[in-house]
Design a protein around this ligand. Structure first.
Ligand SMILES: Cc1cc2nc3c(=O)[nH]c(=O)nc-3n(C[C@H](O)[C@H](O)[C@H](O)COP(=O)(O)OP(=O)(O)OC[C@H]3O[C@@H](n4cnc5c(N)ncnc54)[C@H](O)[C@@H]3O)c2cc1C
Length: 249
């Protein structure tokens, strides 16, 4: 609608998919959580859902206004492929699998294969996003967002952190600091070696500082009307340290 309002898009046909039962809501399937493409942000805020996928619930809570959260959907956020899409970093950190369907059949893809650039998704003209599936991870998850104000704000930088105790992994994904959601792989590998997995607690100050520096150096942000690239890199470093401390304390 933003593109329509600015005359950047003049669709001749609009198909409503919000009453297709298969695309709605979420369900548990074994050790995985499956979310229909038409699941709304408001539904992600539900405490029942938040207990399984807290980072996505935290991200949903920061999106737009209550009206936007009632109308906007997970599939819409994915297909828009905006670098500022708030559900994207949690999905990247959760290694989400995305199911797409067309008359030619079904395919399952990853976020990094689906989102190829700024507002560019590897999505056929006849393909619809059906569902998104993530593992129900044993461990805390965090989502932090920096913007120019507290609510109704497009993110300047975001961080999603998932502590996967079973695999002894700290997975961290960044938003709004590159054309596509970014995993801070060097930071992930390094901090996983610093955590005492038998009895997790926050590593010493120097280790946390170095983790923040590694996350900041993974970012490849631009300077635009919302922020400078320097601030964006700094912000993801600070938020990553906070997310780590919250997850491990
Ligand atoms: C005032 C305002 C504030 C906002 N604030 C935020 C914010 O804070 N954070 C944030 O991340 N976003 C924000 N947004 C953007 C919003 O989250 C997305 O535009 C929304 O998720 C789109 O979802 P939708 O279901 O309405 O999709 P639509 O607007 O209906 O569709 C968007 C695009 O996705 C395609 N599409 C939708 N569903 C599917 C599907 N299942 N399969 C294939 N293609 C599909 C459509 O064809 C279209 O091209 C905001 C938008 C507005 C207007």
């Amino acid at each position: 609608m933003v593109e329509v309002n600015y005359s950047q898009r003049r669709p001749s046909t609009v198909i409503s998919i919000d009453r297709i039962p298969e695309l709605k809501g979420w369900r548990q399937n074994g050790d995985r959580i499956e979310m229909g493409a038409c699941m709304t942000y408001s539904e992600m805020e539900d405490p029942l859902f938040a207990a399984y996928v807290p980072s996505l619930a935290q991200a949903a809570r920061t999106v737009g206004s209550p009206q936007i959260r009632n109308a906007g959907t997970l599939g819409g956020n994915l297909a828009t492929a905006s670098p500022a899409g708030d559900t994207l970093p949690p999905l990247a950190a959760l290694n989400a699998q995305i199911t797409l369907r067309s008359l030619r059949g079904e395919r399952i893809t990853t976020l990094s294969n689906l989102i190829t650039g700024v507002k560019s998704a590897n999505l056929g003209r006849d393909e619809v996003i059906v569902k998104v599936s993530v593992e129900a991870v044993d461990g805390p998850q965090e989502f932090l967002k920096a913007g120019t104000r507290n609510a109704m704000v497009i993110s300047v930088a975001t961080v999603a952190l998932v502590l996967d105790a079973a695999r002894r992994q700290v997975r961290i994904a960044l938003g709004s600091v590159s054309p596509v959601p970014l995993r801070a792989s060097a930071a992930e590998g390094w901090i996983a070696d610093q955590v005492n997995w038998e009895s997790p607690s926050v590593p010493d100050k120097e280790a946390v500082e170095h983790f923040g520096e590694l996350v900041a150096s993974a970012a490849t942000p631009i300077t635009d009307h919302r922020s400078t690239s320097g601030y964006r890199s700094h912000a993801v470093g600070v938020m990553a340290k906070r997310a780590l401390a919250r997850a491990l304390s």
